[in-house]
Write a protein that binds this ligand. Structure first.
Ligand code: PEP
Ligand code: MG
Length: 872
């Protein structure tokens, strides 16, 4: 049949090259096609494109031409396999599997064993000489088809299966005989009839057509929607559908099915790492219903298939140059791969695999850097159980996802979501989890399951989220109706506190102290490589010696923002209040004189912690009334009047920042004096002068900075003429960015305060947007991301660009940085690199992330340049 070049083609065989990649064929489809074309053993089949799905979702009907194309490809499949779909003696059976461009594990539906009917099941039993297998396959089809296509409540089938096992006195599904299964089929048929009002469809083509549409429809199911929202996957890309020749892992003792990683997804260590079940079909492994065996066990049981598996995995790693996550089936000793994809892994595993693959020569250093998700580095910085804490381990399970957490036991996802959102720490506890539990997992601090292995749903999803998970915990039983669990020897109620350690699999009753994690060698190695590549320097925001030391340990190259207001609280607050409430300048100065030694010792400690590295100290910024008690607590009338006078309707836009220093210069004088004396003292003590940078906040007019610079220079000259220092300003108001040329005249450096710059550019209060209308904006799609988290590049970013151009235009070589929260957010770091800033400054725990993101920005720029040079 010839087709016009303008007619969209909707179906591709696995052996047919297709332009369009994963966007068109989905991740699974591309993998199957690539493996087929590589010569890896995969079942034959074809992919219905995401174009077809989108057309169906848009129009509500199958696009013209699709049915004909499916028929053609089915005919090819019949040729390739030598069997006929719908045959009643030796039928070709197929599975229908979803597969979007972006991996969404378990979120959409798949149906196996299509093509079986009453008669065909009998035929298959005769042809294979294995009635048990034929009936087991048929009852599975009825169950999956019933649930996915007709929305029959799956529990009814499970219940019938459970009843039969109890009646027959057996534990496992595999212990049911062919006769038992014949009875089960009759029960299933009755359930199907009751629930749908019709007979289970006996025609193979009808089954296939309805199954494909159901997979299209499953794109819209609630759990897939929640997943897409969580991982920012667009709603309109749709899924592809793969129609694949069935191969059988449930044909007896020489058949099996499993999932396997080419390296350990928790640690990154080399070696085959996975689980399999003998005489079972794929969903038995993933659903965590039977606890599977480690894949190494296959070496003794199915040695040939095992060797072939190892060989295939090595080939796949070589081809993709990355760690793979595969699904396989062994049909009577013969291996088939059903899926391969780049493996989801913990940050620790990502680092180890990247470092190892670099030494193995599989990838280069730059690729190793590019592969690590900067945000995932955060996982490594998660807490662990305090090694000195004393506790009794109540039960043990698999160490499914690292990190430790304590929280209240919650037995269902809805409650976990509700209580987690209310700010409570909860641990979601269950027999297993399913994709329907995703909303509860998002809000829980950790997950504990009784069933399932390292590749069960709970384990895979928790690892992706960077949350602790202990799976397959033998000592755990749950009584959901009574809201109780048994954990080892303990009876616990819902709401009681437990602690889980996903790094070791330990479960403890009660709360255990946690400690920050250790950074390992791979972490240092990759960040060392990143340091060689990046141009941006990375500093930290820190205002005490402990944070400064932490920042240094994480590789900070200085302090980019030391907020001095934090030093005005605690036991100093009464003196600060005295200063603010003073009748006149003289009274203020008297109080400030008493504050000075405190400030000086604060600065000395920070300078010493950061010896050899620059420290940017920002003078007092917040509105003064933040330091005052509520008016009701005024002890006399004068105090009441003063508090009243200092009250502001919009304190964020009121008497704060340099406006304080302009109106009451003695405050900034005291601070500069404390800096000067501290620098002097440290130099005398250590022989090394600190690298001091004094920064003035909230400048809008050049006259403000002119006066403040004069004040700074005068005090520094008076107190510490030998100390070199820089005097600069934050750029955190739109006017300052616009008039950066004038302001630069009085500044040695600029630091973009993008928290305030976002607030003032967008007219969105930092304190009143998040959790209120901004949350609505994000949920409703008005905005794609929270501008206080990810820089608004086109708005706020444009002002920054103007600030950079005009500032450096007036003063070439002007030193530029950023110290708003965006300085530790990967996309914003890339933007700062492109703007040509000298450094970013962020919270100490984000320093590693910023180092990596800064290196990735360089690599992306280089790739873009190569692409352009190549005429792209
Ligand atoms: C800013 O505004 O971006 C900033 C760093 O200062 P602060 O958050 O202290 O206002
Ligand atoms: Mg600010």
């Amino acid at each position: 049949m010839t087709r016009s070049a303008f007619v969209t083609r909707y179906v591709y065989g696995f052996d047919e090259p297709a332009a369009g990649g994963r966007e068109l064929l989905g991740g699974k489809g591309v993998g199957l096609a690539e493996m087929t074309q590589l010569g890896v053993p995969v079942p034959a089949g074809f992919t219905i494109t995401t174009d077809a799905c989108r057309a169906y979702l848009r129009e509500g009907e199958v696009p013209a031409g699709l049915d004909g194309e499916v028929d053609e490809h089915l005919a090819r499949l019949e040729q390739q396999t030598g069997k006929r779909f719908g045959d009643l003696e030796d039928p070709l059976l197929v599975s229908v599997r979803s597969g979007a461009a972006v991996s969404m594990p378990g979120m959409m539906d798949s149906i196996l064993n299509l093509g079986l009917s009453d008669t065909a099941a009998d035929g298959l039993a005769r042809t294979t000489g294995n009635p048990r297998f034929a009936r087991d396959s048929y009852r599975r089809l009825m169950q999956m088809f019933g649930e996915v296509v007709d929305g029959v409540d799956g529990h009814r089938f499970e219940q019938a299966l459970g009843d039969l096992k109890r009646e027959r006195g057996v534990q496992q599904d595999v212990d049911l005989t062919a006769d038992d299964l014949a009875r089960l089929i009759e029960t299933y048929k009755a359930i199907y009839l009751q629930e749908t009002g019709g007979e289970f469809p006996q025609d193979a083509r009808t089954q296939l057509r309805r199954a494909v549409l159901a997979v299209f429809e499953s794109w819209k199911n609630p759990r897939a929607q929640v997943y897409r929202r969580t991982y920012a996957i667009p709603d309109d890309i749709g899924t592809a559908v793969n129609v694949v020749q069935m191969v059988f892992g449930n044909k007896g003792d020489r058949s099996a099915t499993g999932v396997c990683f080419t390296r350990n997804p928790s640690t990154g260590e080399q070696g085959v790492y996975g689980e399999y079940l003998v005489n079972a079909q794929g969903e038995d492994v993933v659903a965590g219903i039977r606890t599977p065996q480690p894949v190494e066990e296959m070496r003794a049981r199915l040695p040939e298939a095992y060797d072939q598996l190892l060989d295939t995995m090595a080939r796949l790693e070589q081809h993709y140059r990355d760690m793979q996550d595969i699904e396989f089936t062994i049909e009577e000793g013969r291996l088939y791969l059903l899926q391969t994809r780049s493996a989801k892994r913990t940050a620790a595993a990502a680092l180890k695999a990247a470092v190892d693959m670099t030494s193995e020569g599989l990838i280069g250093r730059e690729e190793a850097i590019a592969r690590i998700d900067p945000a995932a580095l955060d996982q490594l910085l998660h807490p662990m159980l305090d090694p000195n804490a004393e506790f009794e381990v109540a039960a043990r399970g698999l160490n499914a996802s690292p990190g430790a957490a304590s929280g209240a036991i919650v037995l269902d996802a809805d409650t976990a979501e509700e209580r987690g959102k209310a700010g409570e720490s909860v641990i979601l506890v269950g027999w297993e989890t399913s994709p329907d539990d995703i909303h509860g997992m998002i809000q829980a601090k950790g997950v504990l399951t009784a069933h399932g292995g390292m590749t069960s749903h709970a384990a895979v999803v928790a690892r992706g989220m960077g949350k602790p998970c202990v799976a397959g915990c033998d000592g755990l039983t749950i009584d959901a109706a009574a809201h109780t669990i048994r954990l080892g020897g303990h009876e616990l109620r819902e709401g009681d506190t437990i602690t889980i350690d996903g790094g070791t699999g330990r479960v403890i009753v009660g709360e255990v102290a946690l400690v920050p994690p250790q950074i390992n060698e791979d972490f240092e190695t990759v960040l060392g490589w990143a340091d060689d590549v990046r141009r941006l320097r990375v500093r930290a925001n820190a205002d005490n010696p402990e944070d400064a030391a932490k920042a240094r340990e994480f590789g900070a190259q200085g302090i980019g923002l030391c907020r001095t207001e934090h030093m005005f609280f605690g036991d100093r607050l009464p003196v600060v209040q005295e200063m603010i409430l003073a009748r006149d300048e003289e009274g203020r100065r008297a109080a400030l004189d008493r504050l000075l030694p405190f400030q000086q010792s604060d600065f000395e400690a920070i300078f010493e912690a950061m010896a050899g590295l620059p420290v940017t100290i920002r003078l007092l910024d917040p509105p003064l009334h933040e330091f005052l008690p509520p008016i009701e607590e005024a002890t006399d009338e004068r105090m009441r009047r003063r508090i009243h006078a200092l009250h502001e309707e919009n304190p964020m836009l009121g008497t704060r920042g340099c406006r304080l220093g302009i109106q009451w210069p003695e405050i900034y004088e005291m601070q500069v004096r404390a800096i000067a004396r501290a620098a002097r003292a440290v130099r005398e003590r250590t022989g090394e002068a600190p690298l001091v940078e004094i920064m003035h906040p909230l400048v809008a007019f050049k006259e403000e900075l002119r006066r403040l610079r004069e004040l700074t220079v005068e005090i520094m000259r008076e107190e510490a003429p030998e100390i070199e220092y820089l005097c600069g300003t934050m750029i955190e108001l739109p006017r300052a960015a616009l008039r950066a040329d004038e302001i630069a005249e009085y500044a040695d450096f600029f630091s973009f305060g993008t928290n305030d710059l976002t607030q003032t550019t967008l007219g969105m209060s930092r304190d009143d947007a998040e959790g209120k209308f901004l949350t609505f904006y994000l949920e409703d799609g008005v905005l794609e991301s929270n501008p206080f988290e990810t820089l608004d590049q086109s708005g706020v970013g444009d002002l920054m660009r103007i600030g950079v151009e005009r500032g450096r235009g007036a003063k070439p070589g002007l030193k530029l940085g950023i110290c708003g929260e965006h300085g530790g957010e990967p996309r914003s770091v890339e933007f700062c690199h492109k703007l040509g800033l000298d450094y970013v400054s962020c919270s100490p725990y984000r320093v590693p992330l910023a180092r990596l993101a800064a290196a990735q920005a360089v690599l992306k720029e280089a790739h873009r340049a190569e692409y352009v040079a190549a005429g792209g």
